[in-house]
Design a protein around this ligand. Sequence first.
Ligand code: NAD
Ligand code: ZN
Length: 350
Amino acid sequence: MPVHSNLSVMAYGPGDLRMEKLPVPEPGLNEVQLQMNTVGICRSDVHYWQHGRLGSFYIKNPMVLGHEGAGTVTKLGPGVKHLQVGDRVAIEPAYPLNNDEFCKSGRYNLSPTMFCSATPPYHGQLSQYYVHNANYCFKLPDSVSSEEGAFIEPLSVAIHACRRARVKMGSKILICGAGPIGLLNLLVAKSMGAAQVVICDLSTGRLEKAKEVGADFTIKVEKDTPQDLAQKVEAVLGSKPYSTIECTGAEFCVQAGVYATQSGGTVLLVGHGPDLVSVPLLNAAIREVDIRGMFRYCNTYPVAIAMLASKKVDVKPLISHRFPLSRAIEAFEITAKQLGIKVMLQCDQA
Ligand code: NAD
Ligand code: ZN
């Protein structure tokens, strides 16, 4: 049946978010057309809406937002063999455009030539219909809902973070920040065998959620110095954590993370803060604390699907709000005010 409507959430520039009807996109070579089911809102979508930019990416032409999506295949482009019309898929939004050395070595997230949904100049997924490279669409089993499928993108960030943070069986872990990314890191660290996880935040509500989903300890950051926080972490865990996963971007937490982490351990920087940050570098250097970075993720989607299908992680308690696509502006306002954890847009209920 021909489709005439493709309601989409478009960012035009700072503070300018609009609902618009766009043409329904047709799939090209190796692409699939998807009827979008669920798309989660990320802080970066909110940032594009409020500031018209993110880091060095500027919205020059109106751009559809959204990169945390799951949809149902409605059309196959030429060359697509592994998917069928009717399959439900999770969409890996970022993929390399060239098979360069980073791709060949398996670290395709570091390729300088990346397509990424909702990163200028490319449209995102907050539409009724969206077209994507079929090789980066992962079929969901019946046991994984489309809502869980939409969670695979931020879950992937947490899987990559826990890998880079060297989380291992029996380890004690500090997570700074109990937003969606910090909470997903908590779930993944636990499922990878972390013995104890302590999580800190400024928000009591977010720390309550952390407790609910399995944090062993929570610390509300008040008027502490970074050293005070490090001492509190050591006091609750009984020793310093093996790794710190920093998910706030706050300079304070980067500093506290270095002081808190045990000698020989790892501080993993997930959060994006200012470009220049003051770090207790000598403290890290003389204790062989590795400070590592990360960018998005790679090779995580099949793992994430298996974790969800086997119930190793349960992301559903992190969904605080659900809205039909037509109420996207309201959903963005709630995300911006940090009134919940994960806000989901139901694009098949426009
Ligand atoms: P969020 O803003 O919802 O959560 C951040 C949390 O940090 C909030 O709960 C906030 O209260 C807390 N916080 C802020 N300052 C603090 C402080 N001084 N002490 C303690 N807690 C503090 O964001 P999110 O969606 O959970 O994402 C977390 C970070 O991860 C963001 O900076 C985001 O840009 C980044 N991120 C990085 C990657 C990557 O590839 N490296 C991918 C996705 C997200
Ligand atoms: Zn995101």
